[in-house]
Design a protein around this ligand. Structure first.
Ligand code: TAP
Length: 517
C-alpha cells in the first residue's frame, strides 16, 4: 500500500479538507493510475475490521494485482449507519436540483478520468479496452447524466376522489425516496452495473452502500474517490468490496436497509429475496440470469444476422446477461450461417485486452473459466456437435477461452437450457413453416431476460415481439440498450427495471395525502 492525499471539493461537510487513502499504482496502458484499496465509508477510506483483505487477480496473466480491504458484517453496519445519518441529515438539506448538479459533476469527473477507469476495468475484469471505454465506462457516464436530469422532475399527481358532501376533498401523491438502499452487483460490467443502479437510486434521493463483486472491485473504489471530488456529502455513497456470503448477506439482512437492488444469478437472487423478507420486508429488485433466444429466419439480411448473431454471443466475451444463450436458425440457411460465423471466428483477434486491435479478452476469473470448460464437456457428452473451440486458447497464459460453436443442439440438452455466461454459441435448427412450434421452443425456458429476431418481414418480427416472453426484444439488431430505455426480465430472470424512468420507481415510494375542506 501507498498513501495518497487529495483535497475534498464541493458541498460536503468536509469540503476543503484532505482525504487520505491507501492505494496502489497501476502501471498499464502507458499510464500510472492510483487506485484506492480500502473500504469507502462515510466519506473516508478505511481498513476493514480485522484488516481482512481480498486478493485481486489480473485475468490476463493470472497474477495477483493488489490486495483490497474485505468488508465484514461490522463494516456493513458502519456503512449503513453512515448512510442512515446522511439520509436524515445532510442529504435532506440538499435540494433536488443541487442533487442533479452533484451527479453531473460526478459524470464530468468520470469523463475526465474515463481512460483511467477503462484501463482499470480492462486489467481487473478482462474487458477489451476499446469496449470498456465505450460501453463499461461510456454507458456509466450516460447513466449518471440521464438520471441527473430526473432529479427535479420526480413528481406525484392530483387525484379526483369522491368527497363526503357537503365537504370537498383534495387528494395528491408525493414520490419519496425510500431511505438507505443496498446495491449488490456482479462482475461482468463492474462500473456499469454500479452506475445503472446507483444513478437511479441517488437521483431518487436515497443514500446507499454498494457491495461490488469480489473479483473486480477496483473501478468501484476509483469511483468512490471521484464522488468525494464531485462534492457528495459523507455517507451518501459507500463502497464496500467483500464476499457475497458475508458482506453481501449482511446488506440483505440489515434492518435499516429499506431497499435492495441486486444483479446476479437466479439462485442467489432467490436467496436474497428470502433474506429481504425475513429481515424487515425490504423492497427488492432482481436482475437475474438469462437464456435469451435469437431467431434467424431465412428471409433475413444475412450479413446483418451474422454480424449481430456473433455479437449476441461473443460481446464482452459472452459475460453479458442478455447474451443470446440459444440461436434458432431456419434450416434452409443453417449451414451457410454456421459457415459464415466460423469464417469470422477464425479471424477474431484474441489476446491482451489493452491492445487496441484485440476483440476477445480473458474470462473474468478462474472459477468462471472452469465452469465454461465443464459446460462444453457436458455439451459434447450429450451429443451436440462441437464445431469450433471448446476450451482454453492454446499457449496463452490467462483465462482465455476460445470462442466456441455447438450445432445440432436439441431442446432437452443441458447446454440448451442453462446459461453459460461465456463465449459459447448454441445453434439449433427450425422449420420456417411451423412458427407456432418455434415460439413454443423459444418460450420453453424459465428465463425471460432478452430475445432477438432477424427477418425482413416486419409482420413476422412484430408477431414474434407479441409472443415472446422476454423483457427485451431486439429486431434486426442485438445488444442495443440505452440508458433511457427500461431493462429487465420476466419469469425467473427477475423483476424491477434498471434504466429509463421505470428504474426511478424502483427507488421511490408513493405517499398519498388526502385533505378535507
Ligand atoms: P452471483 O453469484 O449471484 O453474484 C452476484 C453478486 O451477489 C456478487 O456481488 C456476489 O458476491 C453477491 N452474493 C453472493 N452471495 C450472496 C449472498 N448470500 N447475499 C448477498 N449477496 C451475495 O452472480 P455472478 O456469478 O457474480 O454473476 C453472474 C450472473 O449474473 C449470471 O447468472 C448473469 O446472468 C447474472 N447477471 C444478470 C444481469 C441482469 S441485468 N439480469 C446482469 C449481469 C449479470 P461475490 O462477489 O462474493 O460472489
Amino acid at each position: 500500500g501507498q498513501l495518497v492525499r487529495i483535497l475534498r471539493q464541493g458541498s460536503g461537510g468536509a469540503a476543503g479538507q484532505q482525504l487520505d487513502f491507501e492505494g496502489f499504482t497501476l502501471k498499464a496502458n502507458k499510464r500510472e493510475i492510483r487506485v484506492p484499496t480500502q473500504l469507502f465509508i462515510n466519506g473516508e477510506f478505511v481498513d476493514a475490521e480485522g484488516q481482512r483483505t481480498l486478493d485481486i487477480v489480473n485475468p490476463t496473466d493470472e497474477e495477483v494485482l493488489c490486495q483490497v480491504a474485505c468488508a465484514s458484517s461490522g463494516d456493513v453496519d458502519r456503512a449503513v449507519q453512515a448512510a442512515h445519518s446522511a439520509f436524515y441529515g445532510s442529504w435532506k438539506q440538499i435540494s433536488a436540483r443541487q442533487r442533479g448538479q452533484l451527479m453531473l459533476n460526478l459524470a464530468d469527473l468520470m469523463e475526465q478520468h474515463k481512460e483511467e477507469l477503462a484501463t482499470i476495468e480492462s486489467v481487473d475484469s478482462g474487458a477489451v479496452y476499446t469496449l470498456a471505454l465505450k460501453t463499461h465506462v461510456g454507458m456509466s457516464i450516460d447513466a449518471w447524466r440521464y438520471f441527473a436530469g430526473w432529479c427535479d422532475k420526480i413528481q406525484g399527481s392530483t387525484i379526483p376522489v369522491n368527497p363526503a358532501r357537503p365537504n370537498n376533498v383534495l387528494t395528491f401523491t408525493r414520490k419519496e425516496p425510500i431511505g438507505v438502499c443496498g446495491l449488490i452487483t456482479p462482475w461482468n460490467y463492474p462500473l456499469m452495473m454500479l452506475s445503472w443502479k446507483m444513478a437511479a437510486c441517488i437521483a431518487a434521493g436515497n443514500t446507499c452502500l454498494i457491495k461490488p463483486a469480489q473479483t473486480c472491485p477496483l473501478t468501484a473504489l476509483k469511483f468512490a474517490e471521484l464522488t468525494v471530488l464531485a462534492g457528495f456529502p459523507p455517507g451518501v455513497i459507500n463502497v464496500l468490496p467483500g464476499k457475497g456470503s458475508d458482506a453481501g448477506q449482511a446488506v440483505a439482512d440489515h434492518p435499516l436497509v429499506r431497499k435492495l437492488g441486486f444483479t446476479g444469478s437466479t439462485p442467489i437472487g432467490k436467496h436474497i429475496m428470502k433474506s429481504c423478507a425475513d429481515s424487515n420486508l425490504k423492497k427488492c429488485s432482481l436482475e437475474l440470469g438469462g437464456k435469451s433466444p435469437l431467431i434467424v429466419f431465412a428471409d433475413c439480411d444475412m450479413d446483418k444476422a451474422v454480424k449481430h448473431g456473433m455479437s449476441s454471443v461473443f460481446f464482452n466475451k459472452g459475460e453479458n446477461c442478455i447474451a443470446a444463450g440459444r440461436l434458432f436458425v431456419e434450416d434452409r440457411i443453417h449451414d451457410e450461417f454456421v459457415r459464415r460465423v466460423l469464417k469470422d471466428l477464425r479471424t477474431m483477434t484474441i489476446g491482451d485486452p489493452l491492445n487496441r486491435s484485440t476483440a476477445h479478452g480473458p474470462q473474468n476469473h478462474k472459477a468462471h473459466f472452469d465452469k465454461l470448460l465443464d459446460f462444453c464437456q457436458r455439451g459434447v457428452a450429450e451429443g451436440a456437435t462441437l464445431v469450433y473451440g471448446g476450451g482454453r486458447v492454446p499457449n496463452l497464459k490467462g483465462y482465455f477461452f476460445t470462442p466456441t460453436v455447438f450445432t445440432n443442439v436439441t431442446d432437452d440438452m443441458y447446454i440448451a437450457q442453462e446459461e453459460s455466461f461465456g463465449p459459447i454459441m448454441i445453434i439449433s435448427k427450425f422449420n420456417g413453416s411451423d412458427v407456432d412450434s418455434l415460439m413454443q421452443r423459444a418460450n420453453r425456458t424459465e428465463y425471460g431476460l432478452a430475445s432477438g429476431v432477424f427477418t425482413k418481414d416486419i409482420g413476422k418480427a412484430l408477431s414474434f415481439a407479441d409472443r415472446i416472453e422476454a423483457g427485451t426484444v431486439f429486431i434486426n439488431v442485438y445488444n442495443k440498450t440505452d440508458v433511457a430505455a427500461p431493462f429487465g426480465g420476466f419469469k425467473q430472470s427477475g423483476y424491477g427495471k434498471d434504466l429509463g424512468q421505470e428504474a426511478l420507481n424502483e427507488y421511490l415510494k408513493t405517499k398519498c395525502v388526502t385533505v378535507e375542506y
